[in-house]
Design a protein around this ligand. Structure first.
Ligand SMILES: Cc1cc2nc3c(=O)[nH]c(=O)nc-3n(C[C@H](O)[C@H](O)[C@H](O)COP(=O)(O)O)c2cc1C
Length: 343
């Protein structure tokens, strides 16, 4: 039995990217794709400004809260607090390789301690009635910790150790994390992708819901992966090429459409931007999720340049955004879907 096939596609948790503004912009493109928060440290939820960290708008649902922690006690406390927010599931980060996260003894380095991961997941489950899920790597390498967990057999051992907890999805970034000598960015590019090991995991554990992640950028690739696993998670593609998501609902969620045009997305995005600006938010910081709506198409330089500028003090946001729309390449604005040969 597949436990949670409801979300064949998701947008990865990404610090400094998948904030509530980005998520609301993504919702103009796809209503059903599962979205994630940025990773939030459990300790921050316990000790910090909970509303700033956890508040979201109901349009962002379905939404998964990703936490980072190495402590079962903190996990339980944070998850209990988050019960007052209506997240659709709670996810544990066992994939982040950053030094800051390692010094807090969480993220990818936890893969070396499957019993601790199991204890954290157990604590999360006991603190919520929501599904609990986990995101990890296919392995890790760490000289200072004396750990080399790089084979498929070691991945299986890790999964076996946490399997009794009964988490509802395993999202597997199909590359190992190298915990010294590579930056987080390099750890997303340099260790080679080994998709076949994620496929094999699903084959060997057909009862688990397995989601694949890493380097996935096109509908062709998504469709290919879905032949082998339950779900596909895209990270950077969501901001490098957001219009890719315009077809997610019709392709993977049985939605009958219509696929929104770029003009429709931009007009709704502008309404959001004006509302946020009126609330005192810095519109320039909010504009970036739509900059790449024409990714891969020619003639979009002026649109990007215009929208990247500060709003001139004498202009209203509305005037500024309308002027940017005038610079958008007319010929792509009303095309419905990503098949540009239709123009
Ligand atoms: C800017 C950025 C921030 C990220 N922050 C997180 C995070 O908060 N939690 C997490 O589990 N992974 C994080 N990741 C990793 C992504 O979730 C994903 O695993 C990785 O980018 C590989 O997928 P992709 O090739 O589709 O981008 C981050 C990635 C990027 C690019």
């Amino acid at each position: 039995m597949t436990l949670n096939p409801s979300y064949p596609v998701s947008v990865a948790p990404m610090i400094d990217k998948t904030d509530r503004y980005f998520r609301q912009m993504m919702r103009l493109l796809t209503k059903h794709t599962l979205l994630y928060t940025e990773m939030i440290a459990a300790a921050a939820i316990i000790h910090g400004d909970r509303h700033r960290l956890l508040d979201f708008d109901s349009v962002e649902k379905p939404l998964s809260l990703q936490i980072g922690t190495g402590s079962p006690e903190d996990a339980a406390r944070a998850v209990k607090i988050a019960q007052d927010w209506d997240f659709d599931e709670i996810n544990l980060n066992v994939g982040c390789p950053s030094d800051r996260v390692q010094s807090g003894e969480f993220g990818a380095c936890l893969m070396a301690e499957p019993q601790r991961v199991a204890a954290i997941l157990e604590a999360m489950k006991s603190a919520t009635d929501k599904p609990v899920t986990v995101k990890h790597r296919i392995g890790i390498r760490s000289q200072t910790r004396g750990v080399s967990m790089e084979t498929y057999e070691e991945l299986v051992e890790f999964v076996r150790s946490i399997q009794p907890i009964g988490v509802q999805r395993y999202t597997v970034h199909a590359r190992i994390a190298i915990l010294e000598g590579l930056s987080p960015k390099e750890n997303r590019d340099i260790p080679p992708l080994r998709y076949s090991e994620v496929y094999r995991l699903k084959q060997d554990f057909p009862e688990l819901a397995v989601e694949i992640n890493g380097g996935i950028k096109t509908h062709g690739q998504i469709a290919e992966h879905l032949n082998y696993v339950d779900a596909v998670m895209l990270g950077r593609a969501a901001y490098d090429d957001p219009y890719l998501f315009s077809e997610m609902d019709t392709r993977y969620f049985n939605s009958t459409g219509p696929v929104p045009t770029r003009r429709e997305v931009i007009e709704q995005a502008f309404e959001l931007l004006e509302a946020w600006h009126a609330q005192g938010k810095n519109a320039r910081n909010l504009v970036w999720p739509i900059l790449e709506l024409f990714a891969g198409l020619p003639g979009t330089r002026k649109w990007k340049r215009m929208l990247s500028q500060p709003i001139p003090p004498k202009k209203s946001v509305h005037e500024f955004l309308s002027a940017a729309l005038d610079q958008a390449p007319e010929r792509w604005l009303d095309v419905r879907g990503i098949d540009v040969s239709a123009t």
